[in-house]
Design a protein around this ligand. Sequence first.
Ligand SMILES: [Zn+2]
Length: 326
Amino acid sequence: MNVPYFLRLLCLCLASFFVVNAFAGLGAALASRAAVRMAATMRARTAALFLFVVRLLPFALGIGVVLVLCVPSYLWLEPQATAERVGWACLTLGLLGALGLLLSFARTARAVAASARCNRLWQKAGSEIRLAGEPSQTVIVDEEGPLLALAGVFRPQLVVSNGVLRALSADELKVALQHENAHRVSRDNLKRLFLLLAPGPIPFLASFSSLDRSWAKFSEWAADDEAAARDPLRGLSLAAALLRVARMGAGPRLNSLHASLVAGDDDLSARVDRLLRVQPAGPVPPPRARGRAFGVGLGIAACLAILLGWPPILSSVHRLLELFVH
Ligand SMILES: [Zn+2]
């Protein structure tokens, strides 16, 4: 099929993205059980970060290969012919790549719109006040249901119902708000957006559900740990707050871009159990300055090696793409 220069580049980019994302994504999906087992041996915050990286790596590799290798090698080495042939294999892979990206963009757009609609309603119906000890305004919604959540992706805001304010004691409320603030500091709602945005390896095949569930679990555990701050009394207050909010029954339906205090009953007993076993803080280990310096040195060496080998890398990539296109 004869197609103009830039359409050919677009097809090549989508096809390359699909191939890299599919291979790396299937690898990540196959390794997900081992990754979750490995995460279980780490601190909750490290485990959440590790699973987030495993989940996002195929998408990042796909985008990286397109931006760093495909586009520069094509623009630099491909003659500006008016029309060139594109093989059916490349066209099919390009269409699959476009389909995967469109599906994940549509899913993300739906979630962003639903979250924005929900936040607007809460802001309209509720009142903004600054609760004691809170760095920013909290939206108080006149509702009896169990609502205590962090809403919004880029400028997240705490939303609490009057029912929760009445049900929790001052200590329980304070530590519950600290749990939500831990989600804010680690930008968990933004991470949720990236998880929605990154397509699976094959369109319509849910390959990452176990990684997504485990990431959500460890990010809840991490926020619990940061709110409890290795203080057994705070752990106890947070466990009591979780149980009280869970006993209030079903709350308003939150979407995947909201971080709620009690996201579901599945993990509730494990969270309460962990909080009841919070140990007092021990001595703080010294920072690992030598390891960090070694990492920085390794990064600089890798960048230099890539810069020196750049022209031969691009021409090899171009030869590979020529084979791929025809
Ligand atoms: Zn939470």
